[in-house]
Design a protein around this ligand. Structure first.
Ligand SMILES: [Zn+2]
Length: 455
């Protein structure tokens, strides 16, 4: 049995609604044992963070760690050409590049107080990277296949099974679970969506899909018109519009249920709310990605109660900073609805912690500092110029703090990022040598730069 650690800070946020002063959190063997009033320290290790907020590790419900090396590579291009250029540039990456890219993303999560992720990975490298950094959460194996003339359904499902077996190996003995992500309704054809839904059901696996993100996606499904439809036609792919919203279409495919996480939900209709509530699905709300790619603002009142926050990849929103994401979530809802009451700072902190854990189906295990939960903790310093003075913990976190204010991140009881180790951010990861990964990332970036637009 490992020695207990006593964690102290001037403010402790056990969940978005509960702020404690003069308290301490006791962790042992990877679990939160107790949250109590401060005691005289005994023989156990005491870590006092002083003028800081000690809170649950942040839950980033939607990332693509694999794509971190593409940060800033495709900018100011509209949505569909953006996704095509991203795919085309990533074809230049070697297997080592992909891993370095994912490790860099996982390190950025750890440094930003994130202990839990929901990650969609085409390569599986996100699982290796998350395990290396000590992150928990759900790694969804991504799947593509819009063209019936390409891979047959049986081969695609066989390949998926092999990739899932690899993910299972990579995540054994970690805090990571595996799931499946058919990428989107415009990159995975109907019969594959149905087959994936059946497979996930049979094996009780969580599902994740990008849904109702852009206007061209919704036009494709409803009327068979628009930019994506034109592109499919040019590729000789026969598409039958269903006349439905994306949510209705995915419901017909059997994809929606309690273990389903839909990502984006910008283009939703009132009728979709009934489906969301009946099926019990959850949403990953990614306000910065939705805004930056010009897709719009998700109408949160139509998404139902199960909502987590996601940064999306570093290609979409450039940083995996959950503080920015919380701030943006509040600002965008208030600006678009012209109302203050529509969302509060506490609510945003709730989405970024317990709400995220619920959306990923792992609530009770993480997302709060309650006894019995995994020891997933982050400490946010209030010593920076922009954070002083601080009168209310949630307001400070959402309106003033950033990922750079995180001083310690603990995942499953392991310290995975600690600013007290070194002044240089590269040397603050006790379990990995980030400097060697930085060289690999540079090599990946040099290949991405070599990309040339086809004439
Ligand atoms: Zn995404």
């Amino acid at each position: 049995m490992a020695n207990a650690v006593i964690w102290r800070a001037d403010t402790i946020l056990t969940d978005a609604r509960t702020t404690l002063r003069d308290a301490e959190v006791i962790t042992q063997d990877g679990v939160i044992q107790e949250v109590r009033s401060r005691t005289a320290a005994g023989h156990d290790t005491v870590r006092d963070l002083g003028n800081a907020i000690l809170m649950p590790g942040l839950v980033n419900v939607h990332t693509h760690l694999d794509y971190t090396a593409m940060r800033g590579a495709v900018e100011d291009v509209s949505f569909f050409p953006w996704i095509r250029e991203l795919t085309s540039r990533s074809a230049l990456l070697t297997p080592d590049d992909w891993l370095a890219s994912a490790v860099w993303g996982a390190a950025e999560c750890a440094a930003g107080g994130i202990t839990t992720i929901g990650d969609c990975t085409p390569t599986g490298n996100a699982a290796e990277a998350a395990a290396l950094l000590g992150l928990g959460g759900v790694i969804y194996q991504e799947l593509f296949g819009i063209d019936p003339a390409g891979q047959s359904r049986d081969i695609a499902m066989q390949e998926l099974e092999e990739k899932l077996a690899r993910l299972r190996r990579l995540t054994r003995g970690t805090g990571l679970h595996i799931g499946i992500s058919p990428h989107s309704p415009y990159t995975v054809r109907n019969e594959l969506l149905r087959a994936t839904a059946r497979y996930a059901n049979r094996h009780t696996l969580p599902l994740c899909i990008h849904a109702a993100e852009s206007l061209p996606e919704c036009q494709l499904i409803r009327t068979g018109q628009g930019e994506i439809a034109d592109s499919l036609r040019r590729r000789g792919i026969n598409w039958k519009p269903s006349g439905e919203t994306t949510v209705q279409y995915l419901d017909d495919c059997g994809l929606l249920g309690k273990r389903t996480l839909l990502v984006h939900g910008v283009q939703v209709a009132a009728a979709d709310l009934t489906i969301a509530q009946r099926s019990g699905l959850a949403w990953a709300h990614c306000p910065r990605s939705n805004a930056k790619l010009g897709n719009g603002v998700a109408p949160l009142m139509l998404l139902g109660p199960r909502i987590g926050l996601g940064t999306d990849s570093a290609v979409s929103s450039n940083t995996l900073d959950m503080f920015e994401e919380m701030r943006f979530a509040v600002y965008m809802q208030r600006a678009s609805r012209r109302q203050i009451e529509v969302v509060s700072a506490n609510q945003a902190v709730g989405w970024a912690t317990e709400g995220g854990a619920t959306a990923l189906g792992i609530n009770g295990r993480t997302g709060t500092l309650r006894p019995g939960s995994s020891a997933d903790i982050c400490a946010v310093s209030l010593n920076s110029l922009t954070c002083q003075p601080a009168y209310d913990a949630c307001s400070a976190l959402v309106y003033a703090c950033s990922a750079r204010d995180v001083v310690v991140t603990v995942s499953g009881g392991r310290v995975i990022y600690d600013t007290s180790l070194a002044s240089d951010a590269m040397d603050r990861f006790p379990e990995i040598d980030l400097r060697s990964w930085a060289r690999s990332l540079e090599a990946a970036a040099s290949r991405i730069k070599q990309w040339k637009r086809a004439e």
